[in-house]
Design a binder for this molecule. Structure first.
Ligand SMILES: [Zn+2]
Length: 146
C-alpha cells in the first residue's frame, strides 16, 4: 500500500444537493459544507463533498436510489434498463410442468423452487431512465391538480 499526496483539480458546484456528515447527525446542502483541505481517501470509497459545518468530519452527497425500468409483455420480462450497472436474477415461481427447476434461497428466508435461470445484466442508459422518471413524476403532479 502506497501513500501519496493528491490534489483535487476541480470540484463541481453541487449547490442544493442533499448531503450528510459521516460522523454526526448533520444533514444539509452540499453548498453548506466547508473546504476539505487535507484528508485520507480509500480507493473505491465515495468522494466527500466537503467538511461538515458542525464537526468538521467529511460530508458526502446522499446516495440516490438506483432507478430501474422493467418492461413486461404478457407477464414476460422483455427488458431491464437501469441508470447504473445492475445485475439481476429473475425468480419465476411458475414451474408447473417444467423440468428446469432450481432450489434457491427464498427472499423471506428458507428455500424456494424457481425456474432455473442465471443472472442477467441490465442495459444501462441513465439519460432515458431520467427522462422516464421525470415524465412519470410530471404525471403525478398533473394528476394531483385535477
Ligand atoms: Zn458532522
Amino acid at each position: 500500500m502506497t501513500s501519496e499526496a493528491y490534489t483535487v483539480g476541480e470540484v463541481d458546484d453541487l449547490g442544493d444537493t442533499p448531503s450528510h456528515c459521516s460522523n454526526c447527525d448533520w444533514k444539509g446542502k452540499a453548498s453548506e459544507a466547508g473546504n476539505i483541505g487535507s484528508c485520507c481517501l480509500t480507493p473505491g470509497d465515495p468522494s466527500p463533498v466537503g467538511r461538515c459545518p458542525s464537526c468538521d468530519s467529511l460530508a458526502y452527497v446522499d446516495q440516490r436510489p438506483v432507478r430501474i425500468v422493467i418492461g413486461l409483455d404478457g407477464g414476460i420480462i422483455q427488458g431491464v434498463t437501469a441508470n447504473v450497472p445492475v445485475e439481476y436474477l429473475v425468480y419465476d415461481y411458475d414451474i408447473e410442468g417444467s423440468d428446469q427447476v432450481a432450489t434457491r434461497p427464498a427472499l423471506d428466508g428458507g428455500v424456494v423452487e424457481v425456474y432455473d435461470a442465471g443472472s442477467y445484466l441490465a442495459d444501462v442508459n441513465a439519460v432515458i431512465i431520467e427522462t422516464i422518471y421525470k415524465a412519470v413524476e410530471a404525471e403525478g403532479e398533473a394528476g394531483s391538480e385535477s
